[in-house]
Design a protein around this ligand. Sequence first.
Ligand SMILES: Cc1cc2nc3c(=O)[nH]c(=O)nc-3n(C[C@H](O)[C@H](O)[C@H](O)COP(=O)(O)O)c2cc1C
Length: 226
Amino acid sequence: MELEQAMLGRRSIRGFTKDPVSRALLEEIIELANRAPSSMNTQPWHFHVLTGDPLEKVREGNSTRMLQGVPPVREISDHGAYAGVHRERQVDIAKQLFAAMGIAREDKERRQDWVMRGFRQFDAPVSIVVCFDKSLDDNGTIAHFDLGAVTYGLVLAAWSKGLGSVINGQGIMQSPVVREHAQIPDDQVIMTCVALGWPDESFSANDVKSVRRPVDAVARFVGFDG
Ligand SMILES: Cc1cc2nc3c(=O)[nH]c(=O)nc-3n(C[C@H](O)[C@H](O)[C@H](O)COP(=O)(O)O)c2cc1C
């Protein structure tokens, strides 16, 4: 698949078939993502690729604790509640997703069900927990940048192979559970996870194309005229 086609076509996938994803294909995707740039080529990332029983335990533990009202325990600082334009964009994508799923504004039960799906990593057959070296924690911002680059590489590479994925902060909301069942080494920090699998064509939220601001709203060009 052409890069441009992949970049334009990719969208978050939140409904998956039950079909497994082969280890060989996952290795191919990680090999591609692994070409991401990083500060001074430090490559601070680690991928823990879960399926089967360990993933079920992560799903179960994460969802149960969230249902019980345990406050989120993440290993990176929380973004808190979004406000202003960021909140508006957050609401817009939620509206698009709920409209696609036919979930009415007042339908608290189905809205809650949607949120719980996120904690279950949308029942994806694979979850890739993305971590960085704890020794860089004091320098966290740059390592976070590196992880963003490699994670985008991962979702694009997956898309180019016909796989769907969603970067899924909800899936590591209860990070101690993830740490336990994925056996994350103590010298790594959990950043996020990516839920991944074969897209379920009948799952309508998978068709949602999120909105972007036009180029002239996100970029200014200096020194180009005259
Ligand atoms: C750091 C990060 C965390 C995310 N966490 C979630 C999540 O927990 N649940 C979810 O449904 N989508 C999550 N997403 C996906 C975003 O909602 C999605 O990328 C955004 O709405 C743009 O849509 P698109 O990926 O289809 O272009 C996350 C994305 C990022 C980059």
